[in-house]
Design a protein. Structure first.
Length: 293
């Protein structure tokens, strides 16, 4: 059963206190056993906008949902036309200071595991090869009929061949690789089918309204259960796929620390709420625990 997508939430009551001090985060990292849960805010310094910040893309853009993609040929055409251009920007993005700091802390043993809600692959590119990609990765494509998996580069070549000279003015790239295009730029785009069975191709990511695979959820739950603390980086925790792990940790008495610019849906569960840019904050944490980035 698929869940109804939660695209936004409204905070109730007065905002909980926030700080710019990293003292509690440094203490938790120094104590080791930290599980990181990262969101789109960690990748903004790599040029990939987030969904819900002050300039977040949800203010102008509704992400593709599972039901629209699977139930509508027009929806798939819109997605692949926009993603065909948007993915190139995602693929060119480089890890930023925040990704590099997380990788350094993982190598040094301070971070015991990384869970990311992002689909941009930047944790892996920074050197955190075992980061669990909760929502998948845009680098992969899967056939919904025969389940064949293939590299995104392979599909990109086929889409280029099917749409020679396809260009459009891209107003914005979104965290899911979906570019903002005018409707007239989408209408003539040709979608290609699975090369093996002619089935429907889908990026190997979890769309809004689609469930994260149970095995992946279980792996993340075990990481959280074994953590000394959970450190949330750049996530509003709006969607349940990430919030559930914060609630799980807090329910077990495991400290939750959040570094994010703005309120989050998980603030009530946090022992520290830090409002700082992530690249700067994580670099300072590394310096404090004497880990070279």
């Amino acid at each position: 059963m698929r869940t109804r997508p939660t695209l936004s939430w409204t905070a109730t009551g007065a905002p909980l206190p926030r700080t710019t001090s990293l003292d509690e985060v440094v203490r938790a990292v120094a104590d080791r056993g930290v599980v990181v849960l990262s969101g789109a805010g960690l990748s903004t310094e790599s040029g990939i906008p987030d969904y819900r910040g002050a300039a977040g893309s949800l203010r102008r853009h509704t992400p593709m949902t599972y039901d629209e993609f699977t139930g509508s040929e027009a929806g798939r055409r819109r997605y692949w036309a926009r993603s065909h251009l948007g993915w190139r920007t995602i693929a060119r993005a480089d890890p930023n200071a925040g990704h590099r700091a997380v990788a350094a802390l993982r190598r040094a043993g301070h971070v015991s595991g990384v869970i990311t809600q992002n689909v941009d692959g930047l944790h892996h590119a920074a050197g955190t090869a075992d980061a669990v990609e909760l929502h998948g990765n845009l680098d992969r494509v899967v056939c919904l009929d025969c389940r064949r998996a293939s590299p995104r580069e392979e599909l990109d070549c086929r889409l280029r061949a099917a749409n020679p000279g396809f260009t459009a003015d891209v107003a914005r790239i979104n965290p899911d690789g979906d570019a903002d295009l005018a409707d007239e730029d989408v209408r003539g785009f040709r979608v290609v089918a699975c090369a093996d069975c002619a089935g429907v191709l889908k990026p190997d990511v979890v769309f809004f309204g689609e469930n994260v695979p149970r095995s992946r959820v279980g792996e993340c739950a075990r990481m959280v259960d074994g953590a000394r603390s959970v450190l949330v980086l750049g996530s509003s925790l709006t969607v349940m796929s990430g919030l559930r792990f914060v609630r799980r940790a807090a329910g077990a008495g495991t400290p939750v620390l959040i570094v994010n610019q703005g309120e989050t849906r998980g603030d009530q569960h946090a022992t520290a709420r830090v409002d700082l840019p992530l690249g700067r904050a994580l670099t300072e944490v590394c310096e404090a625990v004497r880990v070279a980035v």
